[in-house]
Design a protein around this ligand. Sequence first.
Ligand code: MLT
Length: 400
Amino acid sequence: MVSRNPHMAKLKAGYLFPEINKRKRAFLEKNPDAKLISLGIGDTTQPLEKHIAYSLTQAAFGLGTPEGYSGYGPEQGQPVLRERIAEKLYRNRIHSDDIFISDGSKCDIGRLQLLFGSEVSIAVQDPVYPVYVDTSIMMGQQEIIYMNCSPENNFFPDLSKLPRTDLIYFCSPNNPTGATANRAQLEQLVSFAKENKSILIFDAAYSMYIQDPTIPKTIYEIPGADEIAIELGSFSKMAGFTGVRLGWTVVPAKLEFEDGSLVKRDWDRIVSTCFNGASNISQIGGIGALDELGMAEMQNMVSGYLWNARKLRDLFVELGYPVVGGDNAPYVWVNFGEPSWDVFESLLCGAQVVATPGSGFGGAGEGFMRFSAFNSAKNTEEAVVRLRKHLTATKEVARV
Ligand code: MLT
């Protein structure tokens, strides 16, 4: 018999979204005619924009021709795509050689565990995107510090109270809260990582949603960040590529381990060894997304989801709930002040709306719900009508 990886037993029973799906299915079995609206998982729903879709089809079609066929590509990604990301998304603050194309951030977060091994200590925001913690546990990392992010600290951790850790994960715009860190806060974070000789893993998957021009879209807008930070980027939420799969990780050449060796060299070794590069079709789609037409299309897609986010945000503000997010992020984080899974059930049964219980993202999420803007405008409007009705009625009952 083969012994089980002992770290797997340390994980919480199930990943959050399968649990939500289980409850959704159970509800639908009992109520087969219910028309559920999902504002739960942050998965894009709207069709690809035309030019981006065309780039993908041309790539697929090309594979059927002698001139257009390609097999394995460079493991680090196609040079044109790396250059375009450097130019369009980093304004050449970052060298294209430091950009490693991947099949998405989640996959890269998994591979990052190989880069750092089992001995490192980590800090994560609480509430937190579960993938950082779960993949760290799978690797056998044991020291996990939770940085409380709550209304009391404006969803930015009090760094003066934090112990040193080797790695600091930070996501802005944040999943799940939708809060964004401003320039001064990011400067603090970079100094903190520098003083502690930590590596910051900055998740910028939602950066395209930032509308406020004063909020940095990448950690590399902060001077010195290229000496301490790795950044994760993704086409999932800006181009609708959650199913197509395309992302990247920036590992700057200046980043060093304690022994002076380059982090980038090890990352290159990892991607060359256990990853054969992102799909050639998706990479050509990415190149199309980053030309002039593609950029305009991505802006359009993001604006559509942000419109939904604002509708949801406005509703909760109108009903008097404390709300964050939804302005520079596709998530609206609402404080219900009641156990999150109870609110989940109440919204499911009373409004036929699925939202994500905040407690699923960590202890500091208890009492909150996350509403995702990744739906159609029509469904979002319908959800707003249902939620208003249900929540107003619930409040009336509470008053009586
Ligand atoms: C979420 O709902 O948080 C998403 O699934 C995040 C992701 O892209 O993995």
